[in-house]
Write a protein that binds this ligand. Structure first.
Ligand code: PEP
Ligand code: MG
Length: 559
């Protein structure tokens, strides 16, 4: 038995023979061409065929894995006709007189290298996309057809890193799981595997030997474990886990459309955290009731310079329109600390987590703040918007931010631009200071949302980026749970609602505690909605609330 540890990126157990993906490689010949116009036309024809093929794949993906998966191929269509990409190929053919195959291959390598060298993991993963699109065009130019699985029985498919088009073209009934030596959680193999519900493990490294092919392998997509030749005990354990997971999945599917209501009739709103307008598809697919945290800084992180008011307006409007009247809470830009952006030109700091970040930047750069608020208020005419300020410590900060909101509203009114008067204003509770003045803060706003990732960091003095801190970074610490109780009481006394949008909101071990404390809304990643709904529906607060509150106040075990 050989055990390998990778990164689990799509949950589920897969057991079966190991099979290596066979890729048909196209040999690129380099030659000089005389008739560059004819060669350019060859490229244009191949490009048109590729775009057509990608349209067919998009439809296949839509049927098999939904709109989000289809969007991958629609993005590939756009990439195939991207102006920069096309111009680089044109220059190579027309100016350097290189044949179409060599030109596409060179430009693909340049673009892939550029993406791979970016700091952002999402952008790095785009390197695989540009290679994928280019190898399709190369295949068409040279008449080569991509390979599939030459096996009659279902297999666990191992490869270096599968391209999205390779993944979608595979016969899914033959795949028990994916194992890739490279890749990341945000690679498209991972995204597709998750939407198709196929277990997937990435980043196992260069561990597979040719003689492993055909041997029995068991994988656990939650833990990232890969076991080659599992012994009887391991196999029994994995089979049992698989049955439990399948039963759970079936049960969760039946919860779609059901309310998030406890056995004694208390309801809690279950919303989702998103980072881009594209994520709304997953929110709707998983039956999220609204958006409790749109991390707007991802618009800035994915841009080479400050996104304009119009660009931001379009993004916010899209989310609000797609959510069709459901509540959407958009957090103003939360950069700084672990989210650094070059063009912000932030001064180098000894302690960036405690430095110039989030609302502090917005208040120090009024024009920057005003641009974002104008985009938000303009978008408010298209749905039910909440605006939320991150990293608050003092009442004066909130008053100053609200003053800017008023200024923006009166500007828009004067300009005759429509906006909603019903926009709710909220703040994130992420610092101990905000906890201790939450009675005063609650008088200023409509809602609180507890950012437990940072609240844990600042309450326990534990850097959230430092993996070595392990058990010291403990979001179950009574100091944190007591802080949530203080904040919830102050919120309710002053007519505010309170939510949790940090990772802790999806921690099912604490669902009962959150209900006892009186949390009104939990905002979690889309895939966590149905498991959380299930947990809420199995709680009876008449049985648990008093006990939990008394433990919290008196004899909490972990004190
Ligand atoms: C948090 O701190 O809990 C939070 C939701 O914000 P972020 O993780 O983006 O800092
Ligand atoms: Mg935070």
């Amino acid at each position: 038995m050989i055990t390998i540890q990778g990164k689990g990126v799509s949950a589920g157990i897969g057991i079966g023979p190991l099979y290596y993906y066979r890729r048909v490689t196209t040999t690129i010949t380099r030659r000089e061409v005389e008739d560059t116009d004819a060669e350019w036309q060859r490229f244009k024809d191949a490009q048109a065929t590729a775009i057509e093929q990608l349209g067919v794949l998009a439809e296949k993906a839509r049927e098999e894995a939904g709109d989000e998966a289809a969007m991958l191929f629609e993005t590939h269509q756009m990439m195939a006709e991207d102006l920069d990409y096309e111009e680089a190929i044109e220059a190579s053919i027309k100016e350097e007189k290189l044949n179409a195959e060599a030109s596409v291959s060179d430009v693909a390598a340049q673009f892939a290298e550029m993406f791979a060298s970016m700091d952002d993991a999402y952008m790095q993963a785009r390197a695989a996309d540009v290679r994928d699109v280019s190898s399709r065009i190369l295949g068409i130019l040279s008449g080569v057809v991509q390979g599939g699985i030459a096996s009659d029985e279902p297999v666990l498919l191992a490869s270096d890193d599968l391209a999205p088009s390779e993944t979608i073209q595979l016969d899914k009934s033959k795949i028990l799981g994916f194992i890739t030596s490279g890749g990341s959680g945000s690679s498209h193999t991972a995204i597709l595997a998750r939407t198709m519900g196929i277990p997937a493990i990435v980043g196992v490294g260069d561990v597979f030997k040719p003689e492993y092919e055909g041997r029995t392998v068991a994988v656990d997509g939650s833990t990232g474990a890969v076991v080659i030749d599992p012994d009887e005990e391991t196999l029994d354990h994995m089979l049992k886990l698989r049955e439990e997971q399948l039963n759970l999945q079936k049960m969760l599917e039946e919860l779609r459309g059901q309310p998030n209501i406890t056995k004694d009739g208390k309801s809690v709103r279950v919303y989702c955290n998103i980072g881009s307008p594209e994520d709304v598809a997953a929110v709707l697919k998983n039956d999220g009731g609204g958006i409790g945290l749109f991390r707007s800084e991802f618009l800035y992180l994915n841009s080479k310079t400050y996104p304009t008011e119009d660009e931001q307006f379009e993004a916010y409007k899209k989310v609000l329109s797609d959510m069709d009247g459901r509540e959407v809470v958009i957090r103003t830009c939360d950069v700084g600390a672990d989210k650094q952006i070059d063009y912000f030109d932030l001064p180098k700091e000894e302690n960036p987590a405690m430095g110039m970040r989030a609302l502090r930047i917005s208040l120090s750069r009024p024009d920057f703040f005003r641009t974002q608020l104008r985009a938000l208020y303009r978008a408010s005419a298209f749905g039910k918007l909440g605006i939320m300020f991150p990293m608050v410590t003092s009442v004066w900060e909130v008053r100053e931010a609200k003053k800017m909101c008023e200024r923006v509203k009166s500007e828009l009114k004067e300009e005759g631009i429509p906006y909603s008067e019903q926009v709710e204003i909220g703040i994130m509770i992420e610092t101990p200071a905000a906890v201790f003045v939450s009675d005063r803060l609650a008088k200023e706003v409509d809602f609180f949302s507890c950012g437990t990732n940072d609240l844990t960091q600042y309450t326990l003095a534990c850097d959230r980026q430092n993996n070595d801190l392990g058990r010291f970074y403990d979001p179950h610490h009574p100091a944190l749970l007591r802080a949530l109780k203080i904040v919830a009481d102050n919120a309710h006394k002053n007519g505010c609602w309170i939510g949790i949008c940090g990772e802790l909101g999806a921690d099912l071990k604490l669902t009962e505690t959150f209900l006892a404390i009186g949390i009104d809304e939990l905002s979690v990643s889309p895939s966590a909605v149905l498991p959380l709904r299930n947990a809420i529906r199995s709680v009876d607060t008449r049985e648990s609330a008093d006990r939990i509150l008394s433990e919290l106040a008196n004899d909490y075990q972990a004190l």
